[in-house]
Design a protein around this ligand. Structure first.
Ligand SMILES: CC(C)(COP(=O)(O)OP(=O)(O)OC[C@H]1O[C@@H](n2cnc3c(N)ncnc32)[C@H](O)[C@@H]1OP(=O)(O)O)[C@@H](O)C(=O)NCCC(=O)NCCS
Length: 158
């Protein structure tokens, strides 16, 4: 499995993965994906001939309009914000998200802090388990515009 940077030619595959995982991540269309990809540092895909998963990371100070991202921007000078991760349903529990997060955390190591949010009410059980297993700790909760509540998570990389 190769973890490599996202390329515009991955857009259709990434959109399909994203739109099949809307219980866990926010929706995207071609235009918003292109805009978001331009803000990421880095955007990563897991590729073994097909795109089996992806993860997007943003640093502070971008124009991203996510309230969750802005919540972290208001509290920390520097971090890697894991905006979204999705692994194809048929490929889960084979360590693909682990490889993507290994690469994302390596890229963010100089910031000292990785952050993200996961639905806790109602719970995204798989994602909460994944993040707990990787050492992410809850640092707050935030009610979302869709009525769900997110746990705000952080991992100290120092
Ligand atoms: C969350 C997600 C990215 C995990 O991807 P994955 O490739 O299956 O994760 P991994 O195989 O690397 O899992 C590593 C460990 O995390 C934990 N874990 C992952 N998924 C789990 C699940 N559904 N239930 C319990 N533990 C889980 C386990 O400890 C696992 O190790 P193990 O398989 O040896 O027991 C995937 O389930 C997904 O794409 N979900 C839909 C989109 C989504 O909700 N994204 C997160 C938004 S916050």
């Amino acid at each position: 499995m190769l973890i490599r940077p996202y390329a515009p030619s991955d857009a259709d595959a990434v959109l399909a993965l994203n739109q099949a995982a809307l219980d866990g991540v926010g929706p995207l269309n071609q235009e918003r994906l292109s805009w978001l990809a331009g803000l990421t540092d880095p955007a990563l895909v897991a590729d073994d001939g097909v795109v089996a998963g992806f993860a997007f990371v943003l640093r502070p100070g971008t124009a991203y309009d996510s309230m969750n991202y802005r919540w972290f921007c208001a509290r920390h000078d520097d971090f890697g914000y894991l905006d979204r991760i999705v692994v194809a349903p048929s490929r889960r529990r084979h360590g693909i998200a682990t490889l993507l997060y290994d690469a994302a955390e390596d890229s963010g190591r100089q910031t000292g802090l990785m952050v993200c949010e996961v639905y806790v009410d109602p719970p995204n059980v798989g994602s909460l388990a994944f993040h707990r297993a990787r050492g992410y700790k809850e640092v707050g909760r935030l009610l979302q515009a869709n009525g769900k509540t997110c746990a705000m998570l952080a991992k100290d990389l120092t």
